[in-house]
Ligand binder design. Structure first.
Ligand code: C2E
Ligand code: MG
Ligand code: MG
Length: 543
C-alpha cells in the first residue's frame, strides 16, 4: 500500500526507529531503504532536528491527534526542500506506530515567493513598488514613530515628452538609470520605490521639520543634475519633488496623500522645484476642495457663471474677424474668480467637460447672429480626452444652426503634443466638419517651431508673453518673426495675443501679422456689450 502512494511516507515506532519507508521517500531524501531502516536518527539529524522530531512523535503517540508541520530539509542533492509533514498514530498488529506523510511543496513555495516578489517589486527597475512602499510606511509609522520618517515623491519632469520623442525603449532605459542612481544615493535605512510610471518615492528617517525635509529635497535635486546615460545619448532629466513628513497622528495613507498634494503643486512649476506639505499648502488644498464643490453647484445652477467675448481684429484694427469666448465666474462672496484659478480645479475634477460644453452652448447661441465672425473656444486637454467630444460639439452647433466653419477650437501646444491617436481622430473629424484648429499660447510649451508643420492646424496664437516683451527682448522679436515666417510658408494664420499698445501693434504689423487680440482694441466683454461692439463694427464696415 505504501509503495502505491505517490507521496514520501515512513513509519516510526515508539523507540523512534524507522520501521518502513517507501520508494518516494528514498527519492526525496536520498539513500536507500536499508540505510533508513538501520541508521539511528542521531546519525543524520542535528541535535536540534532530533529534539523537534522526537518531541513531535512523542506528542502524537501521547495524544493520538494528527499533527501537521512544515519544515525545510536537505534534499537528496543537498538543495533545500520545503516539505509539509502530516503525522498520524496508527496501529499495526497491535503495535502503535506514527505514520508520516510528506508533501514536497518546494515548487509551490518558490512560486509563492516569486509572486510575493512581483507583488512588491517593479519589474522594470527592480525597486519596490507602491504596495511595498505602503507596507514600509505603515510599518515605520506603527513600530518606529521616533524614527521621524518623511516621504519624498519624485516625478521626472515632462517625461512623457521624452518617451514620445525617443521611444519607450529609451524611456525605459532612462527610468532604470534613474532608479539605479536614486537607489545608490539612498542611505542605510532609506527605502526607494517606483510608485508610478515616472514617479519614484524615497522614504527617509530623521526628518522632524521643514529644514530637514528641505535639505533632503535639495540632496535629491542635486543628484538629478548630472545627465543620465541612455541609448540615445546623455539626457538631463528635470525633477519635481513633493515632500511630507510624519507629524503626530498622521498615518501612512495621510502621509502619502500629503506628499502627493505637494508633488502636484511642484509639478505646476518649472523643473527642479520641490514643495513641502505645510500649513499653507494644507490651506490651499482645502480652498481648492471648497472651490470645486462650489463650482459644481454653480455649474448646475448656471447663475454665477458667464461667458465674455474678446474681439479679434484685422491688421487695420477696424474689422472684427473673430471673438474668443472666455468663461467668467462671479462668486457671490468671493467676487470674480479668475479662470487661471478655477480652470485647473475644473480640469482636475473633470468638471471642465460639462463646463466647456456649457461655454460653447452659450457662445453658439450668441454668435450665430454674426455668422461672418469666427467664434473661438478653448478646449482643455481633459475635454479632448473625453469620449464622444466631437459628436457633442457638433450637436451643440446644430442646436443653434451654426455652421461648424464658424468655430475655432483653441488647443494648447502641450495638449496637442500629448495627444494620442484616438483624440487626434476626434479633432480631425471636427476639422473635416469645417472647424478650425488653433494652437493657443504658442511658445509657452515644450514644442519647437519645427513641430508646426507636423500638426494639422489652421492658426497659431502667439503667446502674450512674447508680445509683452517685444519692445525689450531681442529674443521675443526673433521668435515672433520666425513664427510669422513659418506661418506664411505653411499657410497657417497667425494671431498675436495680449496686444496692449500701439507700438506693439506697429511692430507686429511690420512683421506681417494680420490678426490682433488685446486690451488695445477691447477687453473681454459681457454678451450684450460684445454684441453692441460687433454691431457697431458691422455698420462701420458697411459704411
Ligand atoms: P487664453 O485662451 O490664452 O485667453 C487669453 C487670455 O488673455 C484671457 O485671460 C484674456 O482676458 C487675456 N488677455 C486678452 N488680451 C489681453 C491683454 O491685452 N493683456 C493681458 N495682460 N491679457 C489679455 P482670461 O480670460 O483670464 O483666461 C485665462 C485663460 O483661461 C485662457 O487663456 C484660457 O486658457 C483659460 N480659459 C478661459 N476660458 C476658458 C474656457 O471656457 N475653457 C477653457 N478650457 N479654458 C478657458
Ligand atoms: Mg485661448
Ligand atoms: Mg492664449
Amino acid at each position: 500500500m505504501l509503495e502505491a502512494l505517490p507521496s514520501p511516507v515512513f513509519l516510526v515506532d515508539r523507540a523512534d526507529r524507522m520501521v518502513e519507508v517507501n520508494t518516494a521517500f528514498c527519492a526525496l531524501a536520498g539513500k536507500d531503504r536499508a540505510f533508513w531502516l538501520n541508521t539511528p536518527l542521531h546519525d543524520y539529524l542535528s541535535p536540534l532536528q532530533l529534539e523537534r522530531y522526537t518531541a513531535e512523535h512523542a506528542q502524537v503517540f501521547a495524544t493520538g491527534e494528527d499533527l501537521e508541520t512544515e519544515e525545510t530539509i536537505d534534499g537528496y542533492d543537498g538543495a533545500p526542500r520545503h516539505v509539509v509533514t502530516r503525522r498520524r498514530r496508527i496501529e499495526l498488529d497491535g503495535e502503535p506506530l506514527v505514520l508520516t506523510i510528506l508533501s514536497d511543496v518546494t515548487a509551490l513555495r518558490e512560486a509563492e515567493a516569486r509572486a510575493r516578489h512581483l507583488a512588491f517589486h517593479d519589474p522594470l527597475t527592480g525597486l519596490g513598488n507602491r504596495a511595498a512602499l505602503n507596507e514600509q510606511l505603515a510599518e515605520r509609522l506603527a513600530i518606529r514613530p521616533a524614527a521621524q520618517p518623511a516621504l519624498l515623491l519624485i516625478d521626472l519632469f515632462q517625461f512623457k515628452d521624452i518617451n514620445d520623442a525617443f521611444g519607450e525603449c529609451v524611456g525605459d532605459a532612462l527610468l532604470r538609470a534613474f532608479a539605479y542612481r536614486l537607489a545608490g544615493a539612498a542611505r542605510g535605512s532609506d527605502r526607494v520605490a517606483r510608485t508610478g510610471g515616472d514617479t519614484f518615492a524615497l522614504l527617509i528617517d530623521d526628518c522632524a521639520d521643514a529644514a530637514a525635509a528641505e535639505a533632503a529635497c535639495r540632496r535629491v535635486l542635486a543628484m538629478g543634475e548630472a545627465p543620465l546615460a541612455g541609448p540615445a545619448g546623455a539626457v538631463t532629466l528635470g525633477l519635481s519633488i513633493g515632500c511630507a513628513w510624519a507629524e503626530p497622528g498622521v498615518g501612512a495613507a495621510e502621509l502619502h496623500r500629503r506628499a502627493e498634494f505637494a508633488l502636484y503643486e511642484a509639478k505646476q512649476q518649472p523643473a527642479n522645484v520641490f514643495r513641502l506639505f505645510d500649513a499653507a499648502l494644507a490651506a490651499e488644498v482645502q480652498l481648492r476642495r471648497t472651490l470645486e464643490a462650489e463650482l459644481r453647484r454653480a455649474l448646475a445652477a448656471g447663475d454665477q457663471l458667464d461667458v465674455h467675448y474678446q474681439p479679434v481684429l484685422d491688421a487695420g484694427g477696424h474689422r472684427v474677424v473673430g471673438v474668443e469666448a472666455l468663461v467668467r465666474w462671479n462668486h457671490p462672496e468671493r467676487g470674480m474668480i479668475p479662470p487661471a484659478t478655477f480652470i485647473p480645479i475644473a480640469e482636475a475634477s473633470g468638471l471642465i467637460v460639462p463646463l466647456g460644453e456649457w461655454v460653447l452652448d452659450r457662445a453658439a447661441a450668441m454668435m450665430v447672429r454674426f455668422p461672418e465672425i469666427a467664434l473661438a473656444v478653448n478646449l482643455s486637454p481633459i475635454q479632448l480626452r473625453s469620449p464622444g467630444i466631437d459628436a457633442r460639439i457638433l450637436a451643440i452647433l446644430a442646436r443653434y444652426g451654426m455652421d461648424p466653419r464658424q468655430l475655432q477650437l483653441e488647443v494648447t501646444e502641450s495638449a496637442m503634443l500629448a495627444m494620442d491617436a484616438g483624440v487626434e481622430q476626434g479633432l480631425l473629424r471636427l476639422r473635416e466638419a469645417g472647424a478650425q484648429l488653433v494652437l493657443d499660447d504658442f511658445g509657452t510649451g515644450y514644442s519647437s517651431l519645427s513641430h508646426l508643420h507636423k500638426l494639422a492646424i489652421d492658426r497659431v496664437k502667439i503667446d502674450q508673453s512674447f508680445v509683452r516683451d517685444l519692445g525689450s527682448s531681442q529674443d521675443a522679436r526673433a521668435i515672433i518673426q520666425a513664427v510669422l515666417g513659418i506661418g506664411q510658408s505653411l499657410g497657417i494664420g497667425v494671431t498675436a495675443e495680449g496686444v496692449e499698445d500701439e507700438t506693439q501693434q506697429l511692430f507686429l504689423r511690420a512683421f506681417g501679422c494680420h490678426e490682433f487680440q488685446g486690451y488695445l482694441f477691447s477687453r473681454p466683454l459681457p454678451a450684450a456689450d460684445a454684441a453692441a461692439f460687433l454691431e457697431a463694427h458691422r455698420t462701420r464696415a458697411a459704411a
